[in-house]
Design a protein around this ligand. Sequence first.
Ligand code: CMP
Length: 139
Amino acid sequence: AVTRTFSIIKPDATRRNLTGAVTKMLEDAGLRVVASKRIQMTREQAEGFYAVHKERPFFGELCDFMTSGPVVVQVLEGEDAVKRNRDVMGATNPADADEGTIRKTFAEGIEANSVHGSDSEENAAIEIDYFFDKNELVG
Ligand code: CMP
C-alpha cells in the first residue's frame, strides 16, 4: 500500500550541502517528498522528539548534535514507505550499512549519520504530527 513516513536530513548533511543529494537518493528509491521544511531544531524539540532514548548514554550528545545546525524535516510517500526509506538509509552505523545506501555514502559516524527515518508506521504518524500541520502535506 502507498503509505507515508517521516525523514530528517541531519546537521552533518545540511552542513556539507547534501540536502539535494540525499533527497535525490530518496526520490530514486521511489519515495515522493510531500512535505519539506528546513528548520533549526530547538533543544525542547530535540528532547521531545528523541524522548524514547532519554535514558540512553548518548541522549545528551544526540540532542546537542541535532541542534548544532539546520535540519530538513520531510514527509515521504510511496509504496511501503517506512521500509523503503529504511532500506535506502542503511544501518544506523555507517560501518554496517550496505553499499549504495545514504548512510554508507554520506554518514560521518553512528551519531552524525546524515538521516533519520521512522521505524514503524505508528511512529511515522506520531513523528509527522510532531513537526507538521495537516495542511503542510501536499500529496
Ligand atoms: P536515529 O535514527 O535518528 O535515532 C536515534 C539516533 O541516535 C540515531 O539515529 C543516531 O544518530 C543516534 N545514535 C544511535 N546509537 C548511537 C550511539 N551508540 N552513539 C551515539 N549516537 C547514537
